[in-house]
Ligand binder design. Structure first.
Ligand code: ATR
Length: 267
């Protein structure tokens, strides 16, 4: 029996257990996915303990993603993002840390036939999600404009991301008008029916990914659909970060449809 899990605090409402267990069921794997809520001070012991117990893999979420980077051997992309959300214990050396949020966003877009190479991309938000998405898009060959409410954070992030530029939200209308891809990596749209992107900048040659998945249908995505744009909701990003983790851990192609159904039936 392989044991996988999620380290975070809180993790009570996580959709990762049903999503991963749907994959194990679909492929007939003897595995379980469980959640762990260590105290903030105990994260190092928790990861070492998981390794000692033979746990096969862990996802890591708030507030431990940055701490985990210091404890495991991070892959290059995770190190540059500054956060680890997936740990693989299968090697003989120290556990390896990955950031599948970045690849999750790319795979969510590619699943909707969006080309990233040479795309003009706008990332709204320069927090944890914005960092992951900006590095992911840049690594995949996009030119990235980062726009953030606190403009200084966008400039700071743009210094780190190849070919990126930093902006305040006031530049969004111009940036989005000329863009191929827009990703909302802010929390705007989660609590209220608000959008960070001016609706009149949206157009039919645009693909819009909203990292917000609750609600699934945000005002940004409604505006984007009205403008004839390709829309990709936040459940796709959640799905593909999990798909990517599953594939790192098992070395097998994930049963994407089964995982997607498990996720969407709970959203
Ligand atoms: P996460 O890890 O989900 O990215 P975060 O690191 O707290 O969370 O980042 C939240 C992002 O949403 C930030 O880019 C934040 O902008 P600031 O850096 O200016 O705080 C953005 N954000 C949150 N509320 C916002 C709002 N009402 N309008 C615009 N941006 C907002």
């Amino acid at each position: 029996m392989d044991v996988y899990g999620l380290l975070g605090n809180p993790v009570g409402h996580s959709l990762s257990p049903p999503m991963h267990e749907a994959a194990y069921d679909e492929l007939g794997l003897e595995a379980r996915y469980v959640t762990f809520e260590p105290d903030e001070d105990d994260i190092e012991d928790a990861i070492a303990g998981a390794d000692a117990l033979g746990i096969a893999g862990l996802n890591v979420t708030i507030p431990f993603k940055q701490d985990a980077l210091e404890i495991v051997a991070p892959e290059d992309l995770a190190a540059r993002i500054g956060a680890v959300n997936t740990i693989d214990f299968s090697g003989s050396g120290p556990p390896t840390g990955y950031n599948t949020d970045a690849v999750g966003a790319l795979r969510a877009l590619r699943d909707h036939d969006v080309t990233i190479q040479d795309a003009r991309a706008v990332v709204v938000g320069a927090g944890g999600a914005g960092r992951a998405v900006a590095f992911g898009l840049a690594d995949a060959g996009a030119t990235v404009a980062i726009a953030n409410r606190t403009e200084s954070k966008a400039h700071a992030l743009a210094e780190e991301v190849p070919r990126a530029t930093g902006h305040g939200l006031g530049d969004l209308k111009r940036l989005v008008t000329n863009a191929d891809v827009v990703v909302n990596a802010t929390s705007v749209g989660m609590e209220s029916d608000a959008t960070p992107v001016p609706a009149d900048a949206l157009h039919e040659d645009l693909a819009v990914l909203d990292a917000v998945y609750s609600p699934l249908e945000t005002r940004l995505l409604r505006d984007a659909a009205d403008a004839g744009a390709t829309t990709v909701d936040g459940a796709w990003m959640l799905l593909y970060q999990g798909v990517e983790a599953f594939e790192i851990w098992t070395g097998r192609d994930a049963p994407v449809d089964a995982m997607n159904n498990a996720l969407r039936s709970r959203l």
